[in-house]
Design a protein around this ligand. Structure first.
Ligand SMILES: Cc1ncc(COP(=O)(O)O)c(C=O)c1O
Length: 477
């Protein structure tokens, strides 16, 4: 491709991107409706021997790829948690891709390191995290949690396990509530401690960890000669955005000398609002914290912000320095390659910097409050409707509910809600997902997409009502 062709195509692409985001996406089914292997079957069996013109490649993108995409930036995307984006973030990604820098060391791009250092400090202020903590960008909450668990493993084994490996029948124990994300157990496995050493603590009626049960489990393990090393508490579980009592848990961890990691992957963004800060009372006793700007802070995937009280524990766990990575500046500067699993790093701080500057803190706060208000409106509608019920307290912008006519039994209610979900998603008009809470099939409506407006939520609610009414009238399920 010549520079002239690049320029021409890039302008066309930007027009396409703007059209897509300005409303084009709303004309597409939210969740892709293709069948398994439908995309695969349309692609040639062998790669082209000769280069193909970009016009043709772009046509195939529109004809083959686009129908196979689920549109996460569709305003009626209400599934899982969002991976939302925004114009400033996209623009930064264009520049990042253009420079194509690999920012593992300060020397491989000093600005990438120093912008990251600065925006991590900004985030600390924005979320009101302890001012003396340090932060870095990781690919995901899963990898941030892995860093926390490996740091705890090293710290409490006096930094010996990296050298000796984890012994068979390790007695190092990690705790969380039953309702926490599966990435915690995955990290325990990868860290070599084994799922048998992962203790899940019962939750209360709001699906938050019971601190008394946590302390009992720790005491029992200590009496049996085991070594509690880490507790992972949640601010916003995946199923229902339940919040564990951070203060009480931090106090226990402090008394027993256990690493406390806080997984706030999605809901952590809410801490930008002062009215949510009470949720992290006691955080100064914690050791690490993760939240994902790539979920709810308008920053393109991937961008996970990981913060630690004692960066030396992290660095001692992860630093390794072969000859070919030695630099003149050495450790007089920050080399983010030592702050996690991967060596190579993208310049992800640029998009965060663009987003925070272009929205401003108040712009981000306004969007978050807008999402909370829309969620509250749906909650009110559910509470006022005789055939619908809320299944978990709504703390942020996730509404957990179901259709439950009073004369239906539990089995039928579960079955019908599942059928309703499939039918609505297959209509292409919205995308929601589910969870199970106390054995109840639960519909999850997450109102966090960057461009979601009241009309989108109202249309979604109308579809939910119509679908439910149809199941009732036609006596389906
Ligand atoms: C509470 C929580 N923790 C961790 C994760 C894992 O996030 P990631 O995809 O960034 O690893 C999720 C994903 O939704 C989550 O909801």
């Amino acid at each position: 491709m010549t520079p002239e062709e690049f320029r021409k195509q890039a302008h066309l692409f930007v027009d396409w991107m703007a059209d897509y985001l300005e409303g084009g996406v709303e004309k597409l089914p939210v969740r892709s409706l293709v069948k398994p292997k439908e995309v695969f079957a349309q692609l040639p069996d062998s790669p082209p021997q000769e280069g193909e013109p970009m016009d043709l490649i772009f046509k195939d993108f529109k004809d083959i790829v686009l129908p196979g995409m689920t549109h996460w930036q569709h305003p009626k995307y209400f599934a899982y948690f969002p991976a939302n984006s925004s114009y400033p973030s996209l623009l930064a990604e264009m520049l990042t891709a253009t420079m194509g820098a690999q920012c593992m060391l300060w020397e491989t791009s000093p600005a990438a390191t120093e912008v990251e250092e600065k925006v991590m400090q900004w985030l600390i202020q924005m979320l009101n995290l302890p001012r003396d903590w340090d932060g870095c960008i990781q690919t995901s909450a899963s990898s941030s949690t892995l860093c926390a668990i490996i740091s705890a493993r090293e710290k409490y084994s006096d930094y010996t396990i990296n050298q000796t490996g984890v012994k068979t029948n390790s007695n190092l124990r990690v705790y969380s509530s039953f309702h926490i994300h599966s990435s915690i157990e995955k990290a325990v496995r990868i860290a070599g401690m084994g799922s048998d050493n992962y203790v899940q603590i019962e939750g209360d009626s709001a699906y938050a960890m019971n601190p008394t049960a946590l302390e009992e489990a720790i005491k029992k393990d200590l009496a049996a000669g085991k070594k509690p090393i880490c507790v992972v508490a949640a601010i916003g579980t995946t199923s229902s955005t339940a919040v564990d009592p951070i203060h009480a848990i931090a106090d226990i961890c402090h008394r027993y000398g256990i690493w406390l990691h806080i997984d706030a992957a999605y809901s952590g963004t809410a801490l930008i609002l002062p009215e949510y800060r009470h949720l992290i009372q006691g955080i100064e006793l914690a050791d690490s914290f993760v939240f994902n700007p790539h979920k709810w802070m308008f920053t393109n995937f991937d961008c996970s912000a990981y913060f630690v009280k004692d960066k030396h524990a992290l660095l001692r766990a992860f630093t390794i320095l072969p000859e070919y990575l030695k630099t003149k500046t050495g450790d007089s500067v920050t080399n983010y390659k030592d702050w996690g699993v991967q060596l190579g790093r993208r310049f992800r701080a640029l998009k965060l910097w663009f987003v925070i500057r272009n929205f401003g803190v108040s712009g981000i706060q306004a969007k978050l409050r807008h999402h909370m208000n829309l969620a509250e409106e749906v909650e009110t509608k559910i509470n006022e409707h005789p055939d619908f019920e809320m299944l978990a307290p709504r703390l942020f912008n996730l509404v957990c509910f179901r259709f439950a006519p009073s004369d239906w039994d539990e089995k039928r209610i579960n079955r019908v809600n599942e059928m309703m979900l499939h039918e609505m998603n297959e209509s292409g008009q919205l995308f929601m997902t589910h969870t199970i809470l106390d054995g109840k099939y639960t519909l999850r409506l997450v109102i966090g997409q960057t461009n979601v407006e009241r009309r989108h939520v109202e249309e979604a609610w109308t579809l939910i009502l119509e679908t439910a009414e149809k199941f009732k009238q036609e006596n389906l399920g």
